[in-house]
Design a protein around this ligand. Sequence first.
Ligand SMILES: Nc1ncnc2c1ncn2[C@@H]1O[C@H](COP(=O)(O)OP(=O)(O)OP(=O)(O)O)[C@@H](O)[C@H]1O
Ligand SMILES: [Mg+2]
Length: 174
Amino acid sequence: MRVVPTSDVLEVATDSVEGTRALARAIAAVVEAGDVFVLGGELGAGKTAFTQGLGAALGVTGRIVSPTFTIERIHQGRFRLHHLDVYRLDRIHEALDLDLDEALDDGDVAVIEWGESIAGVLGRDHLFVGIGLGAGDDDRTITLAVHGPSWERRLAGLARIVDAVGPRQVDSTC
Ligand SMILES: Nc1ncnc2c1ncn2[C@@H]1O[C@H](COP(=O)(O)OP(=O)(O)OP(=O)(O)O)[C@@H](O)[C@H]1O
Ligand SMILES: [Mg+2]
């Protein structure tokens, strides 16, 4: 997992796919129009599982699966939810051709798997969600890092959510 250079980092452990979805469902309570989630973590870490929880809590009724054969899937819930996967590097350009910026300005929400590469180019406030593998098959350490004022404002709320979901530590050293 990539180290995020910010002091505004929360960490929480989950030990099941349902635990990761539950964390995402809880985070959905603080989602606002125009939000961007950048998801990191290796193949099979749980990025899509996180998106499923987030989408469900935002009222998406259709099935959320990895956008493997298409750059983006759009779901309708409380917000229009753009689900992108930019695993392949050539997808970065495809992703940047999607007028995502305009959609976000219009109040849509985006979740970008493997999104670290385009987060800087997008240049928008975002929540980085890094999912690291743990000791057991189902263990994950989920790092939440706020980037930009709109997420910094919600850090305390996020900390309360994380507290309610599982054990956490605030790491101010990285
Ligand atoms: N604690 C956990 N959190 C999330 N997923 C878990 C956990 N424990 C086990 N899993 C399993 O790990 C897999 C995660 O798959 P998922 O498609 O969400 O990963 P991904 O990060 O999106 O992968 P990809 O990079 O291929 O898109 C699922 O099979 C899920 O059941
Ligand atoms: Mg995925």
